[in-house]
Each structure stands twice: as C-alpha cells, then as structure tokens.
Design a protein around this ligand. Sequence first.
Ligand SMILES: NC(=O)c1ccc[n+]([C@@H]2O[C@H](COP(=O)([O-])OP(=O)(O)OC[C@H]3O[C@@H](n4cnc5c(N)ncnc54)[C@H](O)[C@@H]3O)[C@@H](O)[C@H]2O)c1
Length: 382
Amino acid sequence: MYSNIKVAVAGTGFIGPVHVEGLRRLGVQVKGILGSSLEKSLKAAKHLGLDMGYAAYEDILEDREISAIHIAAPNVTHYEMVTQALKAGKHVMCEKPLAMTSKQTEELVQLARSSGLVAAVTYNVRFYPMNLEAQIRVKDGDIGRIFSISGSYVQDWLLYEDDYNWRVSAKKGGALRAVADIGTHWMDLIYSITGLEVEAVFANLNTVHKQRKKPLGEIETFSSKTQEVATEDIDIDTEDCGSILFRYTNGAQGTLWVSQVTAGFKNRIRYEIAGSKKSLSWDSDRANQLHIGHREHSNEILEKDPALVAVPTASFIDYPGGHSEGFPDTFKQCFRAFYNAILNRENISGRLSFASFEDGHKEVRLCEAILESHHTERWIHL
Ligand SMILES: NC(=O)c1ccc[n+]([C@@H]2O[C@H](COP(=O)([O-])OP(=O)(O)OC[C@H]3O[C@@H](n4cnc5c(N)ncnc54)[C@H](O)[C@@H]3O)[C@@H](O)[C@H]2O)c1
C-alpha cells in the first residue's frame, strides 16, 4: 500500500533508526539517511542496509524521488530542517519538540498550512493501543465528567553527574529539558485522550546536577559507557526534574511529575484519569493493559486484543491478544496514520491520529508557560 512512497531520515542516533525500522515494517521505502557527517551517514546506511548515506540535507531536498522527510536530529536543527523541507515540497514527520521557541513553531504552523503538505510531530505515545482505546472511551462518555488527571514520566539515564547528552544544554535542546523532552509526551497524551485544553500552569523545577562532566567527543542518546573518556566540567542550565500543576478549561485539575534522575525507572510514563463514572489508568511498563476503576464493583483490566477494543482502536493493532505491542510499534502506527493522510491527500490529524504542527506548537507554548511559572513562582495563564 505504501510501497510507492520513498522517504529519507535525518538523524542516525537513537531515534533515527527507530523511524527506519517502523517505516520498513509498514512497507514504506526508506531510500537513505543523513547524519552529522558523510562518514556517519554512510556508516548508518551500511548498518541499516539503505541505498544512500547523504552528504548534506540539501541533497535530500533536491532528491526528486523523496516525498517525505523524517526529522530525527537534535532539537536545534528542527526549525531549519522543517522550513526547508516544506519549501521543497516534502511532507514532514518531525520529532518532538517541533522547534526551540513558540515563535518558531507558530511560523511552522503557518508554513505547513499554506503548503498543503502533511506535517506531523512524532508524539508516538498516543499510538499505544490502550491509549487510543482510553480516548474512545472518554469520547463516548463512558468515564463521565473528568475531575482530575495525575501522572508521571520518569527515567534514570541522567542520574549521575557524568551522564551527558546534548539535551542538557539549553542551546542545543531548548530552555526546558526534562519537561520538553518527556513531559510533552505526557501532556500530548493527556490532550489526545481527554481533549482538555490547559488554562493555566504552576511549576517547580529542579536542576539536581548544577554541573556535569561533558565527554570531549559526541555521544548518542542511551548509549552505555563502555570506557573511560576525558571530560570537562560544564554548568547546567536545564532541569533534571520537576512538578507541574495544571488547570484545565473544564475546571479539572492535573498534576505531573517529570524526572530523568529517578534510579531504576528506565522510561516509565503513567496516568490516572478520574471521571464522574469511572477512572482510567495506564502504565507504560504494562503497556498492553488499561485499568478501568469502578466504585461499586470489581475493577477491570482490559487487555490489548483487537477483539476486545473499539473498531478504530483495532485498526492500530497488528497482533492478536497476548502478543505484546510496544515502543517500536507506536512509531509504525503513528507513521501509518501519517502516510494514510498523504495517500488520501488530506491533512487528517486530530485526536485519534498523529499530532499536527498545531499540537506541536501547543506543547512548546506550554513549555514556555511552565518555565515562566517556575521563574516567577506563580500561575501562568495560557
Ligand atoms: N518520540 C520519541 O520517543 C523520541 C525518543 C528519542 C528522541 N526523540 C527526539 O529525536 C531527536 C533526536 O534524538 P536522539 O535521541 O536520536 O538523539 P541522538 O543524539 O541519539 O542522535 C542525534 C543524531 O542526529 C545527528 N545529527 C546532528 N546534527 C545533525 C544535522 N545537522 N543533520 C543531520 N543529522 C544530525 C547526530 O549525528 C546523531 O546521529 C530529538 O529531537 C529528540 O527529542 C524522540
């Protein structure tokens, strides 16, 4: 179905190859990949079995066979890469966060709208089947009026002062780190499930390591330390963790804990949504289960099974019950929604689909409000 589409991926680190794998599993042709140097592009192309290791981004833009570009390079590159891709007539799937500031994301929203191309942000957590099912149940009124939403996103890969990545530098990753990097996944997820808009935020953030030891070479995300490397001490201008209160426009309250320094929790995102009839909760460490809470009878655990969920959810499930679908599958399903939109020549985004540039812009605006709240120690209205 998708085999006539040829695409290129920019970024050869952690997530670029995840995009390549998801695209191939869907049947989209991945022609080539771009890294920060020709050497890295060629090495990644060879490793992944791709035809092309591009020398420069311009080569992808000029490649007439390429109809869509997946941007999986560091945050600081997104604005320029997206702008150039849309101007060159390529559809764009851009990793989160969409850009570094809301001024940039606002421009990208306008550019995407006027281009008529399909433009998406890779908020893949929406595409765990049980999160799609949660969304349908909320929409159907099954949960009732939503009162409160709580949750967290915690990791431990930046626990030690000698853990280092480009994300810890505001110049490369953006003024917010843990909140922008993983907190926006949670905020996008809650928006996609509930449709609730945030009215105001209150935040308290913390930089546990005021200084970190930066290796004197480049290291990729989640790469493990295998040998001693020379380092330099650098001051850190982004947060390691923080708590955020949300007030939603329907009067509901929310609370989120974000941390990249919580030992033992590798990549755990969870929520509890409390409604007037039931509650829904989900935990990525048990991603194939949705917990449905009742007041007057036993709680339920709904297992991921195409036979047990709503029809729209089943269309994003590829394996029968009892056969887990996890992190890599969410990318495949996100790309399925994106390429369906391209093939149908409509920019179909929305809550039961991929995150649009409007959604990406919303997340960056939230990040800016959260940072302002932290600095001013007061509620900030969106
Ligand atoms: N959706 C998700 O779950 C998820 C997970 C991880 C990362 N991300 C996002 O993906 C992006 C990349 O993160 P990562 O963890 O893969 O980082 P990484 O450091 O592991 O890899 C980044 C790659 O980009 C390459 N690169 C740097 N500058 C480049 C340029 N100008 N042109 C082309 N390539 C360039 C680097 O060589 C490196 O290979 C970030 O925006 C991040 O927020 C999303």
